[in-house]
Write a protein that binds this ligand. Structure first.
Ligand code: IPM
Ligand code: MN
Length: 353
């Protein structure tokens, strides 16, 4: 049976970068003589407009019946500028993560040799950086209850909750990935302040007994924020809770030179989702200037983590590397004349067939 890919392009630059990722996927179909089924579905602000729901049930059904989800971006200034809006595009993303049980978000941070000079950090710090952040994605302050406002509106509160099993399952993944890499896990928390962080520490430490071949260090998140940009090469697998992971991965993206380059994979109980780390970048939508590499590299992760075709993932990564080296790049990373989004997508696809 053909594998099915749900395509959730979403808002802003989402559709145009997903279109480029699909060009790469179709080139792989040709090259490997395989065929996928594509199932487009609504998510984000476009879904609110058409159905009133940022993650409609129909979209969830399509995701559940697919082997992988290729995701663009969600978000629209219309909602950002309206604090009273009852439904928001971001709720669609959170609902999707929760309903698909995507408790682990994998964000690899690797640099491209030909882009080392684009990083605001010194080239010798950046060249050869290769670590992954494993961000917990369905717990913590993003989902904890109660949350809201007091009756008089003068107090607001959010709750950060973690249960032991939630920490254990992602910590296990961190140790497993570290085994396939350089055998080092850094667990980032704020255990000097937060009770949830102390539960994390205790759980990670106990699980470590099953992985004596992997070294484990704990680091407070403030210190980690400093060390990630001071000694980025010392990290291998970083595992952390939802909000810390959100913040640290935006920070880590500057190492590579552009947020537009970073892919991610969200895995867990049901279908895995592959999406660029960047958001919907509404100012660039429809202008053919957005960097499609985050989306294309997310497709590479899809072949590795969901479709059982690691060679295809590797080929896509090499094609991206090649096109950057040849100066086929969008304005955020171009050395000379910048290329358009679709031109970059075409060139990468043509390297693949
Ligand atoms: C991300 C984004 C989301 C998050 C937003 C859009 C809800 O910043 O995927 O990192 O905070 O998780
Ligand atoms: Mn984020």
């Amino acid at each position: 049976m053909n594998k099915r890919i749900a395509v959730l392009a979403g808002d802003g630059i989402g559709p145009e970068v997903v279109e480029q990722a699909l060009k790469a996927v179709k080139a792989i179909e040709k090259r490997f003589g395989c065929q996928f089924e594509y199932a487009p579905a609504l998510v984000g602000a476009v879904a609110i407009e058409q159905t009133g729901n940022p993650y409609p049930d129909e979209t969830h059904e399509i995701c559940m019946r697919s082997d992988a989800v290729l995701f663009g971006a969600i978000g629209d200034p219309k909602y950002d500028n309206d604090p009273a809006a009852k439904v928001r595009p971001e709720q669609g993303l959170l609902a999707m993560r929760k309903k698909l049980g995507l408790y682990a978000n994998i964000r690899p941070i690797t640099t491209f040799k030909s882009l080392v000079h684009k990083s605001p950090l010194k080239p010798e710090l950046v060249d050869g950086v290769d670590f992954m952040v494993l961000r917990e994605l369905t717990g913590g302050i993003y989902f904890g209850e109660p949350r809201g406002r007091s009756e008089n509106g003068l107090t607001a509160f959010d709750t950060c909750t973690y249960q032991r099993y939630e920490v254990e399952r992602i910590a296990r993944l961190a140790f497993e990935y570290a085994r396939q890499r350089r055998q080092k896990v850094t667990a980032v928390d704020k255990a000097n302040i937060l009770a949830t962080s102390r539960l994390w520490r205790e759980t990670v430490r106990q699980l470590h007994a099953e992985y004596p071949d992997v070294s484990l260090e704990f680091m407070f998140v403030d210190n980690a924020a400093m060390q990630i940009v001071t000694f980025p090469k010392k990290f291998d697998v970083v595992v952390t809770e939802n909000m810390f992971g959100d913040i640290l991965t935006d920070e880590a993206s500057v190492i590579t030179g552009s947020l537009g380059l970073l892919p991610s994979a969200s895995v867990g109980i049901h279908t895995s989702v592959f999406e660029p780390v960047h958001g919907s970048y509404p100012q660039a939508a429809g202008k053919d200037i957005a960097n499609p590499l985050g989306a294309i590299l997310s497709a590479a992760l899809m072949f590795e983590y969901a479709l059982g075709m690691p060679e295809a993932g590797q080929l896509i990564r090499e094609a991206c590397e090649q096109s950057i080296a040849q100066g086929i790049a969008t304005t955020d990373i171009a050395a000379g004349k910048a290329c358009g989004t679709s031109e970059v997508g075409d060139r990468i696809a043509s390297c693949l067939v």
